[in-house]
Design a protein around this ligand. Structure first.
Ligand code: ZN
Length: 319
């Protein structure tokens, strides 16, 4: 099915299950999933802006012929929740921790994002020649979306929370909402459609985009990806990038392992942080988008290693 919004392109993954894949210059930034439960629908993630969230809610109603019953927040990051109120769902659901984080950090992060967006965009435009192709288009949509969001945006936090699993039984199919803890962020939620062997992963999966690691826990992230593999999903929806398969989850685990190893080795050999951060991403990740996030990731992992070594040297227990 062709796209209906400048912010995303709709793709049918299975009968009654769609992906809304973010367009590079649109104000969605993250992907969303739309599930026809039969008589009601489930939307997974609300995108970066109310503009994209509004278009997403309308697309879900049109595709399923039902009002949006449940909106799932995969985690609290702004590019996944700022469209929440605009989707028009009867309920928003996630973990209790995600609810706390949306309430505590949502407005604060929007304020700081708005303060920095213009300057950041100008710096990125000036550095465009040294980026992978299409990077700048994504940044334009990202920071343009932040600047197009009202500073007093009303955040809609989850009004239903669950601890580890919640199953929603529709007339047509069931959807499992699961959390294995926090890897990409302090608390990450995914949706599993067992019959269709589809998994919506939010930022636990990134395809062709550097995933952001700095707000999470890399060891837990690796463990959670192992749990995801055991779900045996054949079609996977990443938070960023195209609809993929099970191999994409293994590729993500390889990315994590490779970066963690190179940070640990650099730290052990006494390579200065600046030198590690300056190096281009290793293959096969050289062409992945958002290379500024790659540099943040290796810096974050290096700092963790350095703190661990300092803790070991002083006899303090590691964290
Ligand atoms: Zn995120």
């Amino acid at each position: 099915m062709s796209g209906v919004s400048e912010h995303f392109v709709l793709e049918e993954i299975a009968e009654g299950v769609h992906a809304a894949v973010a367009t590079p210059r649109g104000f969605a930034l993250c992907n969303s999933g739309i599930v026809d439960l039969g008589g009601s629908s489930l939307v997974f993630d609300a995108m970066l802006t109310p503009q994209a969230g509004t278009a997403l809610g309308r697309a879900a109603e049109r595709l399923t012929g039902s009002p949006v019953g449940l909106l799932v927040n995969s985690h609290y990051h702004g590019d996944h929740v700022r469209g929440s109120a605009a989707v028009g769902a009867a309920h928003v659901v996630s973990t209790r921790r995600v609810r706390e984080l949306v309430l505590e950090r949502g407005p604060l992060h929007l304020r700081s994002d708005r303060q920095e967006a213009q300057g950041e965009l100008e710096r990125l435009r000036a550095a465009a020649a040294s980026m992978p192709p299409d990077d700048l288009a994504v940044y334009e949509g990202w920071f343009g979306g932040i600047l197009a969001t009202a500073p007093d945006l009303a955040f809609r936090a989850p009004d239903l929370t669950f601890e580890s699993e919640l199953v929603v039984h529709g007339r047509r199919r069931s959807a499992r909402l699961l959390t294995f803890g926090g890897g990409h962020s302090p608390s990450d939620v995914l949706v599993h459609l067992p019959e269709e062997r589809i998994v919506f992963l939010g930022d636990l999966l990134s395809v062709g985009f550097h995933p952001s690691l700095g707000d999470g826990n890399p060891e837990e992230f690796a463990r959670i990806l192992g749990e995801v593999e055991r779900l045996r999903g054949e079609r996977t929806l990443p938070g960023h990038g195209p609809v993929s398969d099970a191999a994409a989850v293994r590729e993500m685990a390889r990315y994590l392992a490779l970066l963690r190893r190179s940070a640990a080795e650099a730290c052990a050999r006494g390579v200065p942080r600046e030198e590690l951060v300056r190096q281009p991403p290793p293959e096969p990740f050289g062409s992945w988008k958002l290379s500024t996030i790659y540099r943040d990731n290796v810096g974050f992992l290096y700092d963790r290693e350095a703190a661990r070594s300092a803790g070991a040297a002083s006899g303090r227990p590691g964290t």
